[in-house]
Each structure stands twice: as structure tokens, then as C-alpha cells.
Design a protein around this ligand. Sequence first.
Ligand code: ADP
Ligand code: MG
Length: 702
Amino acid sequence: MDPILSGLLKPKSIAIIGASSTPGKIGHTVVKNLLDSGYEGGVYPINPKDEEIMGFKCYRNVKDVPYVVDAAVITVPAKLVLEVTRDCGEKGVKGLIIITSGFAEVGDHETEEALVELAHSYGMRILGPNIVGTLSNSDNLNASFAPFLPLNGKASLVSQSGALLIAMDAASFVRRVGFDKMISIGNMSDVNFSDMIAYLNEDPDTSCISLYVEGLKDGPRFIEEARKATKPIVVLKSGTSAHGAAAAASHTGSLAGAAKIYGAAFRQAGVSQADDLNDLFDRTLVLSLQPRMTGDNLLVLTNGGGVGVLATDAAEKYGLPMKFAPADVQEELKKHMPEFGSAKNPVDMTGMAGNDWYYTTTKFSYAHSWVDGLVVLYCETAMTDPQGIAESIYKGVHESGVTDKPVTVSFVGGERSDKAMAWLVENGIPAYGAPDLAVKAMGTLREDARMVEMSRSSAFLPENVDSAKARKVIAGARANGRAALTEIEAKQVFAAYGMPVTGTELATSEEEAVKFAAQIGYPVVMKIVSPDILHKSDAGAVKVNIKDEKMVREAYKTILDNSLNYKADAFIDGVAIQEMAPWATEVIVGSVNDSTFGPTVMFGLGGIFVEVLKDVTFRVAPISVEEAFTMQGEIKSAAILHGVRGDGPRDKTALAKVLATYAYMIHDLKDEIAESDANPVIVYEEGKGVKVVDARIILTKK
Ligand code: ADP
Ligand code: MG
């Protein structure tokens, strides 16, 4: 483990700079909290006025402390922080926990940067500023102004919001979700989420890393650290409003929202994303107590048909559709239910199920190789005792000898059930008050396993890439002072990466148009080529299905007329004559250069509805071919690619390759391409490939 971060988060001794004998002051609260939490390391209050605070000897300056100081909690006013940081550096402190606010969050980035620079010059790391502090049950450490340590458990929380951390600390008891550490990271001037993931992944007291994120500073590193982590990570990301609205020159620009890109990045990094605060607690509970679910077979045991049906619905919703249990499983389970029970799955033992049946069916099912995950449901009845049922389930799980498989529980009932569930959670079995939540928790464990598997697939490397050629085309446009490539140039760039684009020639006269059309072969498509007209059909400057010379001549005139009517001063390169691709399913592939994550590829169904329906999905580039397949299944209109109304299934393999190649291209050219799209890409039947018929690239500002 990083010794400096250990010094910061597991300090053997702490100085409180700005410690106070006045109750109510933060510098007083922190000393009191260290005392109350039973912290066993050295506690050194620093304050020039007092001799002693709460029984601890007080020093005028941290440099006067005659012992080693690992961490310093800083609570002095902002204007004094630089000075005390220097003192800490001279003293040889390892890390600073800067509670003081009044830095970047109020616009003072300069002082904050100076602070980090100063700390680093002494080899110190900074948590904060503008934080609550840090708490750890395993270290009996409450170095914060949150009033008490959270419910003891195995999750560790890292929060960008201090207020939310304090609230979750208190809520941990009511929600019965235990935490080892709660770390407030505030402005993240130095220590950030990526550092914390790397650190907590090595921390023996943490089994699940739980994050509250408002915004990340270094997206690619976050993805890298999260991918490397072996422990489950769950995140609640707030702030879902769109950003980058200004960058709407392409379709992708207007479709990309921060929330969607964060969502994609989390998925790629294998991070479980919570929908809301409740969900953060629910996911944290299951991820901190149970292993991932590595197969699709879910078995549900219940004493009530109703909750069984609710569980079945939830299973479908959360990606684990129920299957009938195999015959041998059914046969065994039938022994523990009346004639009118059902062993199919959900296994309904009926209201006659008592402790014995719960025990034997749990033990048998949990140990059976067909079962990848077990959900045990119970409806409180007059005949049974919830605590007895809870203990029977626990005994069944433990006596099975299995440890690498998940189990979740739901009891529906009153206070007795509630108490029994608390007991289960204390004993490592996540229990929820509703059957759908127990199934959802199992879905979280399955999704986590799938994401981890996917995150290990390697990025696609296209063959025969000629990036020098692509860069030459781009340099040519830049030399002309243009920020956008024409369709012809963009297609040259795409083709340099091996993407299948329609053959295109540029005609600068009617005669040339006729000549090229004959060369390419009828029918052809004709379009305006102008850096000033990005949406060509809007200008009436695209003509398809041109069948003969007469039509070429007419189209040539109309396209030029329409273009100049649309934009009188448009610069016109000429008219593109291109091979007409037969019609099939139109999709859009595009990209944005996201401010947090960098080049990001987008996929959706093409055509005019794409902007209305926003049925698109994203991935941070580069991606693997497997991810490209997953993207195709993610959009709501995915079924269209399976083939509708007599059309055969579309060529998903060719499409996956184009998507992955596209992602490779935007990553390779990330210094050049700000936004781009291929809209539409026409996707043919299986085995018949895809064709890019339109291309657009907007260059980065240089
Ligand atoms: P823009 O998006 O700038 O309006 P496009 O080049 O995408 O122009 O052309 C508009 C539409 O014409 C496309 O969505 C597609 O349906 C059709 N189209 C364009 N080029 C071709 C082509 N080479 N083969 C077949 N259809 C085409
Ligand atoms: Mg288009």
C-alpha cells in the first residue's frame, strides 16, 4: 500500500492544527471525535493559546511536537493554510486532511494550486480542501466533524459531498449498511477518486468501494484504476443535465450528454451505477457482503406464490430471466413441500414451510451446481417465527460449504421480520424488505460479473491503417483555414482506417459529372461538396437514384442552384458523384471528444428520428469488438437489427467491426477530431456487410 496514503488514512498519530477548547468550533469537534472514537494513536492539538485540550497536551506549532506526526487535520482559516502547510512539510508530516473551505469551490483556484505544489514539494498528499474529514471503524478513527463512526461493515465510502457523507454516516444505522471507512474528498485538489480506488482495493478492511461522484477530473485514469481493481465498485453520479450544448455542429454533439457518457465509462470500467441514493445503499449492501454471480441460473425459494411472481417479474427486469430448475433439482425439492407446492422455480414451498424446509431447501439449492445465485423469500405467517426462518436460512447457507456463490433474502412482514433481517445482515446475508429488491440485488451481482468480464476484452486493433494519409487530408483542410472536412475528405480519412465508404468522385463541371457517373455506373447519387454546407439535404443538395446522363445534367444544375439559394456565399468545391448504395437499415456512428473522458464513440439508429428519439449509446474509445456487439443490443430499437417484416437479420459482425474501427480512429486522431459522424451507415443482411454513405468530421481548435 502507498505509505503516504496510509499515513493520511491510517495515521499512527495526528496533529489537529487549529484545535480549540471552545465547544462548537470545528477544531474542538475533531479532537473530541478522535477521543470518542477510541483512537489509539498520538493526538497532538496545535494552538498557540492553550496548554491542554481535552486532556491532550497542546503545542504552539506542529514543529514543536517531539514525536512523529503522520497526518495533520487542518481547521485554521483559509488565509493561514499555506503557512501551516509549510510547517507540516518541515515537520515531515505525511498527509494533510484539509477541512478548511474557501478555495477552488469559491473560485480561488490559484491558492489551491499553490497549496498542492507546496505540499508536494515536501512529499505530502492532500485530502480536500473543503471536506468533513476521514473516518475508519477498523482504526477507531474519527478524524472529522461528523458526529460518530458509521455502522461497522465492509464497504468504504468516498464522497465528494461532505454533507451527504455525514447524512450517510447517520443513515448507515437505519439502512443497516455497514461501512469501514468514510472518506470525504471535497475539492480533490490532490487525492482523487482514482487514488482512492487504488488505495481501497488494497485495504484489507474494505470489500466494496462505494462512491458519490459529482464530477471526475481525470476520466481515463479513473477507468484504468477501476478496471484494475478486483473489488466491486459502486457509484452514485449526480448532475445529469446535458453539457457541451455548444458543440452541436454534428448529430453526435447534440446527442451526447454528460450522463450518458459517464454511464458508458462506468460500464466499461466495471463500475456498478446506482440510480439514486436508495439504490446506492442497496447495491453497496449486496456488493460488500456477497460474491459476484458468475452464471445466469437464478433459483428462488419462497413460501408464498405472490412474492414468487413478483420475484419472477423482477428477474426479467434486472437481466436474470427465470428458468425451470432441472429435473433432479425439482425432484429433491418436492420432498420438502406439500402436494400442492411447486418445485419448478420459483420453488413454492407454500405457507406450510417452516424452519426445517427452509433449512433443507436452502442447503440443497445453494450447494447444487446448476444454481448460480439463490434468492430466499419469506412471507411472515402466523405459524412461523421469522427469526427461526432467518437462522434456518443462515444454517443452510453455511452448512452447504459453498462460499463463491451469492445469496440474498427478502422477508415481507412486520417488526419480527424486520429484526430477523437485521440479524441476517449482521451475519453477512443481505436482506431486503421487498422481493424485487432481493432479486435486483442479485441482478447487481450478475451485472457486475458481466461488466468485469467485458472490461477484460481487449481493444480492437484494425489492420492496414494508414494514419499518415488521414493526417495529410486533415492538414490540407487546416491549411485552407477550415474547421470542417468535406464529405469527400472525411471519407478519405475513414477509408485510411479501412472503413467501407462509397466510392466518390468530385466533379467541377457538368461534363465531368457525366463522365464520372458513367465510370461509376448508374444509378448514382449526387451531392454538393462545400465546407459551408454541413447538412446537405437541408439545402436540397442531395439527389439519389440518378439513372442516366440527362438526370445527371439536371441534378448538377439543381444542386448548385439549391446550394446557392440556401447560402449565397457558400464556397463550393463541386458536386460529388458517388456509387449508390442499395437501401437497407440505416444507422449512425459518431463521436465526440468529451471533456472528461476524451474521444467517445456513439451508436444509434440512423435517419431523421435519431435526434428526436435520442436512442443512442456511447463508449469511451477505444473499444473491443465484444463491446461493439453489446452496443448494438443496448439501443431501444435494437430489434430492428434482428430483422423485421421479412427482412433477415442485419450484418452485426460487420457493423461491430466498423464501430470498433471507428473508435480506434477517433482515439488515434484525438488531437485532430473534435466531433464526427457517419450518418447513415447502411447495414445489409448477414454476410453482406455495411456501407458508409455520408461522412462528417469537425476538427479540434488548434
Ligand atoms: P446529409 O446528411 O448531409 O443531408 P447525406 O449524404 O447523408 O446528406 O444524404 C442524405 C440521405 O441520402 C442519406 O441519409 C441516405 O439515405 C441517402 N444517401 C446519401 N448518399 C447515398 C449513397 N451513396 N447511396 C445511397 N443513399 C445515399
Ligand atoms: Mg447524412
